[in-house]
Design a protein around this ligand. Sequence first.
Ligand SMILES: Nc1ncnc2c1ncn2[C@@H]1O[C@H](COP(=O)(O)OP(=O)(O)OP(=O)(O)O)[C@@H](O)[C@H]1O
Ligand SMILES: [Mg+2]
Length: 375
Amino acid sequence: MNTQTQRQGGATLEAGGPGTPAVSLHGITKTFGTNTVVQPLDLSIGENEFFSILGPSGCGKTTLMRMITGFETPTGGVVRLGGQDVTRVPTRNRDLNMLFQSYALFPHLTVFENVAFELRVRKTPKAEAERRATEALELVKLGHLAERKPDMLSGGQRQRVALARAVVSNPKVVLLDEPLGALDQQLRKEMQIELKRMQREVGITFIYVTHDQEEALTMSDRIAVMSEGVVQQIDTPTAIYNQPGTRFVAGFIGSCNLIDVTAPAGAAGDRVSVEVAGVGPVEGVLAADGDRAMPGTLLLRPERLALTRDGSGIPARLETMTFLGEEWHYTLRAGESVWKVSVSSLDAERELAGVAEGAELRLSWRPEDARIVTR
Ligand SMILES: Nc1ncnc2c1ncn2[C@@H]1O[C@H](COP(=O)(O)OP(=O)(O)OP(=O)(O)O)[C@@H](O)[C@H]1O
Ligand SMILES: [Mg+2]
């Protein structure tokens, strides 16, 4: 909670009181013609939160962002900023800034003028505009290039100018739509660290769109995973990875074995036995409550599987083995499915030395690591 919120507390609890989310969406939906690209959605994003929206191309990420900024009018629902309904408020009167997927700098202006541009438009007094632009450039470590023109900068430096421009007016919320998309891998990694540092320093709510799962996992306080206009899960990075709520989330984030099963009725967390085709009964836990048997998926991360020469576990034939330095990746056939297993190189040396393709091995896991979902 910052001073702004404290000041607003009490009198205006409804709008902007303590604990009021920076952004909240209530039943927001968007339809183009007959095509619903964002299904009705409720979402709250906290003050100073680094919130990511993650999903494949075309799933509705940019459309969702544009509804928050006001560039797009929702077909239904309400957008609140700091508790206030802004659904019909034009973008320029919303306390936010958006860094677009394809941003552009003004080529005829210097780095400094690019950053100060918005402050000029807002008629900020000259001295204050200069101070703020200088600070924003310091924040992205570009103070020394203030007088250059954009065409004399590297891609990463241009990206930094765009970032400085997005935070210079100190908005409550900055929305960033795939801001690192155009950068090479190395620069992307550096900028991820920079961005995270900046966000902490300035204490602004960041809403960050990416289709890169690793980026979302490393940077975010919370992630919303989207698919085809539907938000599948909103959670912390560890919960998204360790407790995926749907088959899509499990398959999209990291690598996962997705085994078709019939999920029995029961309560979330119940330990149950399910039949795997050609294998027999295996154990797992239900991810959610269900009052009747449903087609489901057994979710098992490759690193949660143990591979042994013998002992208990289901019989599996080794099909491929790949060395990746830190670990080995194995694929095995058990029943009608192919299973992926990753084993640290140390464990592989200890347990599986001399094992070759075609070997008959055993696969086992702790029941609590096998989640059964019905979506
Ligand atoms: N103005 C529009 N008119 C009609 N359809 C649109 C419009 N804008 C977006 N769409 C459609 O809405 C869907 C979601 O688009 P959106 O741009 O939100 O996807 P995205 O998740 O941002 O994808 P990407 O990762 O490729 O940027 C797509 O099928 C797109 O074709
Ligand atoms: Mg997009």
